[in-house]
Design a protein. Structure first.
Lengths: 557, 349
């Protein structure tokens, strides 16, 4: 399996006309190409949603600022939230799952390649539909606008009384359509993991990456379905005279909240489990040790999957649910901290006694550990319902979930980008630019999101386009906004690194990290058929066995 | 390699410093001087119960953070690959059931303790029922202002809630019934209590018993539309006598003054009366704030501007200059009509 094997077909590809090559990409059913399409798609939306975040923060840099008008500000936070969740983080995670799962379990493709392509294009269509609202939301003939109901779109603000025009319809349809894509991909992941493993790979010998994505996919199926149902009910309310959420006609605004959050909270774990998956692969390799407590990690993952289905109403501690219901959701929410804590301890124990190499992917994973620890602990604070009567809907909550999504998920994702970039492109990234990216983003992240907790404690609610001076919020908001520019610079360095390395990087070879899972046994980038012959494995670290024939893993597992 | 090791020290140290600074800034000063809406400066029983619970939670989570943070820091520094590394793989350790059991049971015990403390405060705040001396208020959220009705006292007002001070010996708490006329809102005056949402077709209740007189600030905490940001809350806590005086004054019908009859005629012959009430006159609209005692209020437009003649005039001319997206239309009056109308409103004391 030398790199020469690939040289010939690649020259052939390069000589084909660009239209033919683009056609290949559009009609592809190859899991690796679809994975890369998902990732590029997500990066484009990351830039868009990042610009929206920057607009929000510039507006809030000082009290009574008038950088944008109130309606524009409201559209910005709605689009930022919706885009980041549905069209950045979910697609990018699906992209990595798509690319890596078949390679890690020794399969030639996903279980349903055509469903895979269908799912990707549905997601794409959903994203385009959301942004088409910018030109079409008032009807095709008029000036457009964007949805402005917030990313959880509480009823009855979404009713035709309060949301005239079509911006809410674009929001609803975009989520409905991309939801079908998500469910398709989830079914595909479940089927692939359960049915496509190579000989010898029992469930107990799968890489943790596959386990975590399996649970993630199960959660997607369970969580996205109620959201889809709710979107259909909303459409019925808006266009067919339904009254599900029509409070003027006996409908219930609270029912929407239940529907949304029974999606919304498992969704958090849909996003964070793949981040755990990246970390669970990267930390062992750069600590030179196997993951500590594999079976406990699997158990904790499954436990998180189950418990995450019973915590949704902690988003609703302020809606007047009654003392007993509140108490139940306090307990279930606190319970989820236990398996999550176990995971952090196991990663820590994996590093313990190892030889840690601080390459860029590992830097991001170490920062992930510290930041996710802090995010988890603010999560415990928020599980305390009375505390959340203050903190809910304040900037403290905004800081908390950005700590989870940026400090946790995005940092792990950057680690994954650097770790698997050599595999996907065949080229090595620039370590210098990688470190620069890490430091810029690390400083920016902490300036923004550490200090964002404080105005929340001082009474600043979220989603306000401006605020009064004299509330003690000014300085904190100023610092928070400054941090955004560091993060933006970090992102630009990151994209520059990807592009520069793709065209100018050194050849990476098939196994640059001296790693242990199957994707590193094939070429970089892998050929269309992935493996020349289907591998047969005997342990969780097949490449360790290959490299240490005298001391193989399967003797101990 | 050495420089890499020290750069990682830097990462972690900077994080510690940032966290400690943030925590110190937020918690060093629990008086309202830091912010009039500081949740750590409670002045009412629900806010105090939450405050005490939050200190316990912060202590527990802070301790966990320090312990795990130290362990992480130690392992990152101690187990970094050294300059003189022999190139051999470290001992391969696969796990340990004893250790796993320990770090499962300890978190469970912590969760049980936190849960019990939380359940107690939920019961204190949510299971309290009105006593004989309680004041009943109905707060109705509107896009983008607050309506307050005192059903037992026959008073209707807007945007500035007046309640009596309470003390532990003779408590005079205020029980607030929360309704919404349109979309979701949330009532949050941090020094008096946690927030509770106002949801249409879903009545909620909350209570406060402020222990010190003064003005307490807050604002709508559930996104309710374009002007969510300028739906501010002001709660005036009075001594018993002052509160009674305020109630007596609010129960008077509107002050009639012939000197401003031109302004009154403009008010009563334009769309103003569709939305506003001035008791004792033909104006009995309910979409907008009751104006019977407009001049007894310190602010207009739900706290968005001080209640001065200039602001009032500006507001009537075009509400969007003060609060873009407000549902009150610009009244398209000429200068003279504006002067007359403003003069009339200024007599509504």
């Amino acid at each position: 399996m030398s790199t020469d094997a690939l040289a010939l077909p690649r020259t052939e590809l390069a000589s084909r006309p660009i239209v033919a090559r683009l056609h290949d990409w559009v009609t592809t059913v190859d899991h690796k190409r679809l994975g890369i399409l998902y990732i590029i798609y997500a990066l484009v939306f990351l830039l868009i949603a990042g610009i929206e975040a920057t607009v929000i923060r510039i507006q809030l840099i000082r009290p009574h600022n008038d950088f944008v008008s109130p309606p524009v500000f409201n559209r910005m936070f709605t689009m930022h939230g919706t885009t980041m969740i549905f069209f950045v983080v979910m697609p990018v995670l699906f992209g990595f799952a798509n690319y890596l799962i078949p390679l890690m379990i020794g399969a030639r493709d996903m279980a349903f390649p055509r469903l895979n392509a269908f799912s990707f294009w549905m997601t794409t269509f959903g994203g385009l539909l959301l942004y088409f609202s910018l030109v079409g939301a008032n009807g095709l003939y008029g000036a457009g606008n964007a949805p402005d109901v917030g990313w959880f779109a509480y009823a009855p603000l979404t009713s035709r009384t309060f949301s005239v025009g079509h911006s809410t319809d674009f929001w609803t349809l975009a989520l409905l359509v991309s939801g079908f894509g998500s469910i398709g991909t989830a079914i595909n992941i479940v089927a692939t993991v359960l049915c496509m493993r190579c000989p010898g790979m029992t469930l107990a010998k799968m890489p943790l990456f596959a386990w975590l994505n399996l649970v993630m996919a199960g959660l997607v199926i369970l969580a996205v379905s109620p959201l889809t149902a709710a979107q259909i009910m909303l459409l019925i309310d808006r266009y067919l005279g339904g009254h599900f959420f029509d409070t003027q006609a006996g409908g219930s605004a609270v029912i929407w909240m239940h529907f949304f959050w029974i999606f919304g909270h498992p969704e958090v774990y849909v996003l964070v489990l793949p981040a755990f998956a990246f970390v669970s692969e990267i930390i062992p390799v750069f600590s030179r040790k196997p993951i500590f407590g594999y079976s406990v990690m699997v158990g904790a993952t499954v436990a998180i999957g189950f418990i995450s289905m019973s915590v949704w109403a902690h988003h609703m501690f302020t809606v007047g649910m009654g003392a007993n219901v509140n108490t139940f959701f306090v307990l279930s929410t606190m319970a989820i901290a236990v398996p999550t804590g176990i995971k952090i301890f196991n990663w820590l124990a994996t590093m313990w006694g190892g030889k840690i190499e601080f390459k860029t992917p590992m830097l991001f994973c170490i920062a992930f550990l510290f930041q996710f620890l802090a995010a988890g602990l603010t999560g415990v604070m928020l599980s305390v319902a009375p505390f959340t009567w203050h903190l809910g809907n304040s900037y403290f909550v905004v800081a908390h979930f950005h700590y989870v999504i940026v400090g946790g998920i995005l940092f792990a994702l950057f680690g994954a980008f650097y770790y698997w970039f050599p595999k996907m492109s065949g080229k090595m990234y620039s370590e210098t630019l990688g470190r620069l990216h890490f430091w810029l983003f690390f400083i920016g992240f902490h300036l923004t999101f550490d200090f964002m907790h404080i105005p929340g404690l001082l009474g600043m609610p979220r989603r306000i386009y401006t605020y009064e001076p004299g509330r003690g919020w000014d300085t904190w908001n100023f610092i928070v906004t400054i941090g955004v520019f560091f993060q933006a610079a970090g992102i630009l360095v990151f994209l520059g690194n990807l592009l520069w390395s793709y065209f100018r990087g050194k050849a990476a070879g098939s196994d640059p990290w001296d790693a242990w899972t199957l994707e590193w046994s094939t070429n970089s980038p892998p050929p269309a058929y992935n493996f020349a012959s289907i591998p047969v494995i005997k342990s969780r670290r097949p490449l360790w066995d290959l490299k240490h024939p005298a001391d193989p893993d399967w003797k101990y597992e | 390699m050495r420089s890499r090791g020290s750069s990682n020290w830097l990462v972690l140290l900077s994080q510690v410093v940032v966290w400690i600074c943030g925590a110190a800034a937020a918690f060093a000063d629990t008086s309202p001087t830091l912010s009039p809406t500081n949740i750590f400066a409670p002045a009412s029983t629900p806010a105090k119960s939450i405050f005490e619970l939050s200190l316990f939670v912060l202590a527990v989570t802070g301790a966990i953070f320090l312990v795990v943070f130290t362990l992480l820091l130690y392992s990152v520094v101690k187990f970094r690959k050294r300059e003189n590394d022999d190139g051999r793989e470290p001992p391969q350790v696969y796990g340990s059931n004893q250790v796993e059991l320990a770090w499962t049971i300890i978190p469970i015990l912590i969760v049980v303790a936190l849960f019990m403390a939380t359940a107690r405060v939920i019961a204190i705040v949510q299971k309290t029922t009105p006593s004989g001396n309680a004041i009943a208020v109905t707060a109705i959220g509107h896009q983008f202002w607050w309506e307050y009705r005192y059903p037992d006292l026959g008073v209707v007002t807007a945007n500035e809630l007046h309640v009596p001070v309470s003390n532990p010996v003779h408590p005079t708490p205020t029980f607030i019934k929360l309704l919404s006329a349109d979309t979701d809102h949330s009532f949050w005056v941090p020094r008096l209590g946690g927030k509770t949402d106002l949801i249409p077709n879903h009545p909620n209740t909350m209570w406060i018993d402020p222990q010190e007189t003064g003005v307490y600030l807050g604002q709508c905490a559930q996104y309710c539309g374009t002007q969510h940001a300028k739906m501010l809350l002001r709660v005036y806590v009075h001594s018993k006598d002052e509160f009674d005086r305020w109630i007596r004054q609010q129960r008077q019908p509107a002050f009639v003054n012939d000197a401003v009859s031109q302004g009154q005629r403009i008010f009563e012959t334009t769309a103003c009366i569709n939305c506003h009430t001035v008791s004792g006159t033909v104006a009995n609209g309910r979409f907008g704030p009751d104006l019977t005692h407009l001049m007894s209020r310190d602010t207009i437009a739900a706290g968005a501007a001080p209640n001065t003649p200039e602001n009032l005039r500006l507001w009537i001319r075009n509400p969007n200059t003060i609060k873009p997206g407000s549902l009150m239309p610009a009244m398209e009056l000429n200068e003279q009509e504006l002067d007359a109308l403003t003069a009339y409103l200024e007599t509504l004391r």
